[in-house]
Design a protein around this ligand. Structure first.
Ligand code: NAD
Length: 345
């Protein structure tokens, strides 16, 4: 099978997960990697048996690289995307696409002008519970959607801010407002805002919000709540934190006039009418397949689709415009909190 050849830019935590996902596909392969830190690039190149570069221009000139995967601190997303697009490389841009809407638009436009494909790996869309919930929502079992509850309340260890979860490299960008653009809401919760958009198609009309940094020595927020009014009338609340002690029982919830889904695994569904094998007026438990090693499974799904889109010149799985939706909710949330006002999108 023909394989799309990828160059990884930034050999930190997420690069290793991307590589694990790609290794599980039949149509994708990593041929090169690059990092400003030669040790990090060297280690990644050795583990993944690929050519090693220490500058972006090197990877851009490599004819054996069809697409790049940008796994860099947020503030570097735009300059690197512009350089790679100009060099004719297709781009997988880690989330968030950028730290401002103007930068996101510039990246999207640069890729269009250069005729290269752009996608953002919001891979949680491929979780079995998300796929099933989307199917049920599209069949109309919930009636009219009126309420979304997005919860990502976590406790991150202090080491997260310099070494991520896996401690594969040490970097300084996560705690910096200028380099990261935001904290828990932008870095992590944007995944969930994205998959709620994927499941429901709902677009925010206006937001109000509050955020602060309560317990961590960082410039970005460690707790934030956004209240949303969606176009068409639904409301929603997004809660995100990286500092809450104790195990918070997060539940993502979608409620409509005729039912409710709790996005757990197995999925819990309540409906007011019998439909699609669901019994009325009781909580139904919907069993789901549980992929082995979910982290690499989700990325495998994404790269299979992105590589196919490039090789067959079809639509990419999650476009720049798709990724801009979650970014806008988060950035308008920061703006609403800073201005102490309701902000329209
Ligand atoms: N999809 C997910 O679930 C997920 C999880 C973690 C991170 N991410 C995203 O992936 C991106 C990278 O995050 P990470 O956790 O891998 O960060 P990281 O700090 O672990 O790694 C970043 C790497 O970039 C390198 N780097 C810094 N400046 C560079 C430059 N100018 N040129 C080349 N390399 C440079 C660093 O040396 C480091 O190796 C971010 O956008 C982050 O939000 C996504």
């Amino acid at each position: 099978m023909e394989k799309l050849k990828y160059g990884i830019i930034g050999c930190g935590e997420i690069a290793y997960w991307q590589a694990k996902g790609i290794a599980r596909t039949d149509n994708s392969v990593i041929t090169a990697c690059m990092d400003v830190n030669k040790d990090y690039a060297g280690k990644f190149g050795k583990v993944n048996n690929c050519r090693i570069y220490s500058d972006v221009s090197g990877i851009c000139k490599d004819p054996d690289v069809d697409a790049v995967i940008v796994c860099l601190p947020h503030f570097l997303h735009k300059p690197v995307a512009l350089e790679c697009a100009k060099a004719g490389k297709h781009i997988v841009m880690e989330k968030p696409i950028a730290t401002t809407l103007a930068d996101a638009d510039e990246i999207i436009l640069a890729c269009k002008s250069a005729g290269v494909k752009l996608a953002i790996p919001y891979v949680n869309r491929y979780r079995p519970e998300v796929q099933k919930a989307k199917e049920l929502i599209e069949k109309g079992v919930l009636g009219k959607i009126v309420y979304l509850q997005i919860q990502d309340m976590a406790l991150k260890p202090e080491s997260y801010w310099t070494m991520g979860w896996d401690k594969v490299v040490t970097t300084d960008w996560r705690a910096s407002k200028a380099k990261a653009g935001g904290g828990a809401m932008l870095m992590n919760c944007s995944h969930y805002i994205d998959f709620f958009y994927f499941m429901t198609g709902l677009r925010a009309e206006r937001v109000s919000a509050e955020y602060d940094t309560y317990a961590t020595k960082i410039e970005v927020e460690d707790l934030m709540t956004i209240l949303i009014r969606f176009k068409g009338g639904a409301t929603g609340v997004v809660q995100s934190s990286s500092m809450l002690p104790g195990k918070f029982e997060n539940v993502h919830r979608i409620a409509g006039t005729e039912g409710q889904i709790m996005l757990t695994s197995p999925l819990k569904v309540f409906v007011t009418k019998d439909s699609d094998g669901l019994k009325a007026n009781e909580w139904n438990t919907v069993a789901l397949e549980t992929p082995d090693e979910q982290g690499s499974y989700l990325r495998k799904r994404f790269f299979e689709l992105f590589s196919e889109a490039v090789l067959k010149n079809t639509q990419v799985p999650i476009s720049g415009e798709d990724a801009r939706v979650a970014l806008e909710v988060v950035l308008k949330g920061y703006e609403a909190a800073d201005r102490k006002q309701v902000v329209t999108l």
